[in-house]
Design a protein around this ligand. Structure first.
Ligand SMILES: [Zn+2]
Length: 55
């Protein structure tokens, strides 16, 4: 799994579950586990404060 921001390798624990937040060790971006099927993990950008996401 790679960071969507900086492409650094993110380690997602085997027992991580949907909705958990993974932080990139490199750029500090937070990602939420959107989907998990076996070893196939899909991340989405976690909502962050201070950026305009149009909420
Ligand atoms: Zn990153």
């Amino acid at each position: 799994m790679n960071c969507l921001e900086c492409d650094a390798t993110l380690s997602v624990p085997d027992d991580a579950s949907v909705g958990e937040i993974i932080s990139c060790p490199d750029c500090g971006a937070d990602f939420e586990i959107a989907k998990k099927e076996g070893s196939n993990v899909e991340l989405k950008q976690a909502e962050s404060v201070g950026e305009d996401w149009g909420e």
